[in-house]
Design a protein around this ligand. Structure first.
Ligand code: GRF
Length: 204
């Protein structure tokens, strides 16, 4: 059998998407494993989750680096040391610079809690409620130089209920995120994703 794809996860917080990927990768037939988790926040629960699962968990303090490029280069060094073939951003609250994006192009994914291109950036669920949309959802996309603008891999829709708060909508979307992200990782690991211009062709 082929060696599983080695995934590096970058996370700043709670780590529930990391958890979903770890849960999926615990299955023998899943074609990827989490090789390392990197965080820019020392107290990130994601680091704790990784450590508990025996996955190397690395805190890189942005304050220890002169600028973004130096910080991003340090991330790359960790990822390369762990022979990572795919990087998953899972609630990573820093914007990665153009050098990082160039070096990892086509090998970095992000998950976002809206149906992109609607509501990019922060507080996507709040934006959806404020706009009054009836449907929102989750998106997994490849990362490019913009914020939440890269080629879309998978999306899943979620109804917005009239009495939704930001929390109830976020929870409904999060359940879809947890289903979607492992699926996107699997498709990548199986070589079934092809980027053509701004589109991702999914081969079945
Ligand atoms: C998720 O809603 C994700 O879509 C967004 O940040 C949140 C991270 O949550 N990018 P978690 O840390 O994976 O629980």
């Amino acid at each position: 059998m082929k060696e599983p794809l080695r995934v590096g996860v970058l996370a700043s917080g709670r780590g529930s998407n990391l958890q979903a990927i770890l849960d999926a990768s615990a299955r023998a037939d899943f074609p990827a494993r989490v090789a390392v988790v990197v965080s820019d926040r020392e107290g990130a629960r994601a680091l704790k989750i990784a450590a508990e699962r025996g996955v190397p968990a690395v805190f890189l303090n942005p304050k220890d680096f002169g600028d973004r490029e130096a910080y991003d280069a340090a991330i790359t060094k960790v990822l390369e040391a762990h022979q990572v073939g795919l990087v998953c951003l899972a609630g990573f609250m820093r914007i990665l610079g153009p050098a990082f994006v160039r070096a990892w192009r086509g090998r970095v994914m992000n998950i976002h809690p809206s149906l992109l291109p609607a509501f990019p950036g922060l507080n996507a669920q709040r934006q959806a409620l404020d706009h009054g949309v009836k449907i929102s959802g989750a998106t997994v996309h490849f990362v490019d130089e913009g914020v939440d603008t890269g080629p879309i891999i998978l999306q899943s829709s979620v109804p917005v209920q009239p009495d939704d708060s930001e929390e109830t909508l976020a929870a409904r979307i999060l359940a879809e995120e947890h289903r979607l992200y492992p699926q996107a990782v699997r498709l990548f690991a199986e070589g079934r994703l092809r980027i053509v211009g701004s589109r991702v062709i999914v081969g079945w």
